[in-house]
Design a protein around this ligand. Structure first.
Ligand code: DX5
Ligand code: ZN
Length: 232
């Protein structure tokens, strides 16, 4: 299915950047020319329980917030996500995305995020059913603001993109209203970005494909140029 939305928002995942220089990287994005400026900065919070990796907590976002006006996108890969919502608000996060698999009370959690004036998103692991999520939200008449379709099993940067993701995005686009942003996270690169855009993705997270060559601004500019050269 083709979707006609023009722009695709790009969000570098700082998990792939060197943690030794996150301040410099954030400042470089802040001061980048418009063509290389991210639409959001993506933060992967992992607790070593929901996923087999441990990254950082909300203090990192709080500290980096001082260096940039780019909206922050928090991706919570944690158990008990409800514990981290208020700290995200305190760190002036724009959008908080929680995993459907991490809570038994998804609508309550989404309401908690919105009450603190942040955008609320739901992430789905590759093996998690989109239809079940939509049925859950229909029961409580909940509109979804943001769906994050995982292109890999979460936990690490640099994993290979699962090609079935493209079909899942197309299905989501057909079922969700246009007001819902559909993002893809994991394994995104110039090799699959156009197909994801054509399937209906309106936001892409990219980690290793932007940072691995050590020139994330140039890589982001290239990715944006490739997407803008594509219709629909
Ligand atoms: C994976 C994370 C992603 C990851 C992206 O669990 O949620 O944000 O860091 O990195 P790449 O683009 O390298 O898969
Ligand atoms: Zn992520």
């Amino acid at each position: 299915m083709r979707h006609s939305a023009g722009m695709v928002a790009l969000a570098p995942s700082l998990l792939s950047a060197s943690f030794a220089t996150l301040g410099e990287t954030t400042a470089a994005f802040e001061n980048a020319p418009a063509s290389a400026r991210p639409d959001l900065l993506h933060f992967d919070l992992m607790d070593g329980h929901f996923v087999p990796n441990l990254t950082f907590g909300t203090k990192l976002m709080q500290d980096l917030r001082e260096l940039s006006t780019i909206p922050f996108d928090a991706h919570l890969m944690v158990e008990h996500p409800e514990r981290y919502i208020e700290p995200c608000a305190a760190a002036k996060v724009e959008r908080v995305t929680v995993h459907a698999e991490a809570t038994r009370h998804l609508p309550r959690l989404l309401a908690q995020i919105r009450e603190l004036k942040m955008l609320a998103g739901v992430a789905l692991n590759p093996a998690t059913s989109l239809e079940t999520l939509l049925e859950t939200l229909q029961w409580v008449k909940e509109d979804l603001q943001f769906l994050l379709v995982m292109g890999v099993n979460p936990g690490f940067s640099g994993q290979a993109f699962l090609p079935q993701t493209i079909e899942k995005v197309a299905t989501a686009r057909a079922l969700l209203p246009d007001t819902c942003t559909i993002g893809v996270d994991g394994g995104v690169s110039v090799d699959n970005a156009v197909a994801l855009k054509r399937a209906g993705a309106t936001m892409l997270v990219a980690g290793s494909s932007l940072f691995d060559n050590g020139k994330p601004l140039e890589a982001l500019e290239t990715l944006r140029r490739v997407l803008e050269a594509t219709e629909g």
